[in-house]
Design a binder for this molecule. Structure first.
Ligand code: FAD
Length: 428
């Protein structure tokens, strides 16, 4: 492990929070528009696979846990046909959960070709508070952190107390105030440094990805929170303070994931721009429905181009350099370990006992897995749409952009919480 440097690329130091925030103000509305188009809002997923690790009854009593399926008549036939033809190529069955993966995949891929599963219209199922909590939820998070996380814990990676206590806060712990002061001061300083000096960059990368995902989910819970007394949905500042602002490193991991995902989109931009995101049937020009679909398809392509143009512009995506990882003498072994840990996380998602949480959990693990695959497995030649048109399956493309959207939405929510906090301070 000689190549594990104490303060290398994972520290992410050259990427300022304010750069990320300024770019996100532009990116978020564009992404938000993109994911409303039919190609991006339909995701096929099998929500009822058995948990392979322990008995889980998978039944959440809360109505908010339910998932609404898509209208099957809106699903273009070509999605199934296309996926079926891709499956014929080089896949392995893992023999356990009737899912398959290709050598380069970082996760089990849900896709349009499988018999099981159903199409979900993501726009009908917002990621928000569901009431899923307690032992079942903790068991899943613990399994992800402890069993699959190279033995790293949050405590080992927490920021220095001196940083946390540097800012005193009225009515809040030093940690919470620190989170907010960084937010309100524009994050003009470097990203929070994780402190475990002799930990491999790749292991920390893994931890940050998981913790960033966890934090992004928590932000959505706090931002779209159900007040069980009044029955109203609204942002819950105290929830945000408790779960996020008092743990600045969690917040920093959300920024980190957003940059990682954007970097992957930028790297694969020519491939993604050439991807067939059309829904209209070919050759039915006189059919009014098909013509309307063609108009929507053209808009979707323009919307995709806008997002990719932003991703490839100088700035946010430059904060991550995939070339800094998996370069040492143990690179091959380390990468295989990393991949197998990440694949396990995608299977642990089958143990999440709430349908809607499982849906977004699976989608985001797949989106992050796709980003990691783009960054660490595919070179420019592989990403050439002419040489390799079937490189990514539809579900991977959908997961990648929706996961980026989830994280970008989290950053927009952080901005809103910062304003809410400033208002409460002004009122005191
Ligand atoms: P949890 O969030 O359960 O965290 C457990 C412990 O992990 C904490 O005590 C802390 O020690 C540590 N921890 C927390 N956050 C981080 C972090 N970012 N980095 C590192 N360590 C951390 N609930 C919903 O209402 N809606 C959803 O959509 C939803 N989706 C979920 C998806 C998945 C995959 C899972 C496993 C759970 C989901 N849940 C969802 C449940 C939710 O994540 C929490 O588990 C639940 O709200 C209980 O929260 P908690 O405060 O007990 O802490």
């Amino acid at each position: 492990e000689g190549y594990c440097s104490p303060s290398g690329p994972i520290e992410f130091t050259h990427c300022m929070y304010e750069t990320v925030e300024a770019l996100n103000a532009d990116l978020y509305p564009k992404l938000h528009r993109l994911v409303q188009y039919p190609f991006f809002r339909h995701y096929k997923v099998d929500l009822y696979r058995e948990c392979p690790f322990w008995y889980e009854n998978g039944f959440c009593m809360n109505r908010a846990c339910g998932v609404e399926a898509a209208d099957e008549s809106e699903i273009p036939e070509k999605w199934r046909a296309q996926a079926l033809s891709e499956v014929q190529v080089s896949t392995e069955d893992d023999g356990i959960s009737s899912c398959y993966f290709r050598e380069q995949d970082y996760c089990y891929i849900e896709d349009d070709a499988t018999q099981e599963g159903q199409y979900i219209d993501l726009s009908l199922n917002p990621e928000r508070f569901t009431g899923y909590a307690g032992d079942s939820a903790h068991r899943v998070w613990r399994a992800i952190y402890e069993e699959n996380c190279f033995g790293l814990s949050e405590a080992a990676l927490a920021p220095k107390p001196s940083l946390a206590s540097a800012v005193a806060g009225a009515g809040m712990s030093g940690q919470a105030a620190w989170g907010f002061s960084k937010l309100s001061e524009g994050w003009g300083t470097e990203m929070v440094k994780t402190q475990e000096e002799d930990t491999c960059e790749e292991k920390r990368l893994y931890y940050r990805v998981i913790s960033g995902l966890h934090a992004s989910i928590s932000i959505h819970i706090c931002h779209d929170y159900l007040d069980q007394q009044t029955g109203e949905w609204s942002p819950n500042l105290q929830c945000f303070v408790n779960r996020l602002a008092s743990h600045p490193e969690r917040l920093s991991n959300v920024y980190f994931n957003a940059v990682l995902l954007l970097r992957a989109a930028a790297r694969a931009a020519p491939y993604l721009e050439a991807y067939d995101i059309g829904t209209a049937p070919i050759g039915r020009l006189l059919d009014p429905k098909a013509r309307a679909q063609q108009t929507v398809d053209a808009e979707a392509r323009a919307s995709l181009k806008e997002v990719l143009d932003l991703a490839t512009a100088d700035g946010m995506a430059n904060g991550f350099d995939e070339g800094d990882f998996f370069t040492g003498p143990d690179a091959i072994i380390l990468k295989e370990q990393f991949k197998s840990h990440f694949r396990n996380v995608s299977r642990i998602m089958d143990c999440v006992g709430c349908d809607k949480c499982r849906l977004w959990g699976k989608l985001q693990v797949s989106g992050l897995g796709t980003a990691l695959k783009i960054l660490f497995e595919l070179d420019e030649k592989a990403l050439d749409p002419k040489i390799n048109p079937d490189l990514l399956q539809r579900s991977e493309v959908v997961a990648l952009f929706n996961t980026l959207h989830r994280h970008s939405e989290s950053l927009a929510a952080v901005d809103q919480f910062r304003k809410m906090y400033a208002e409460t301070q002004a009122a005191e």
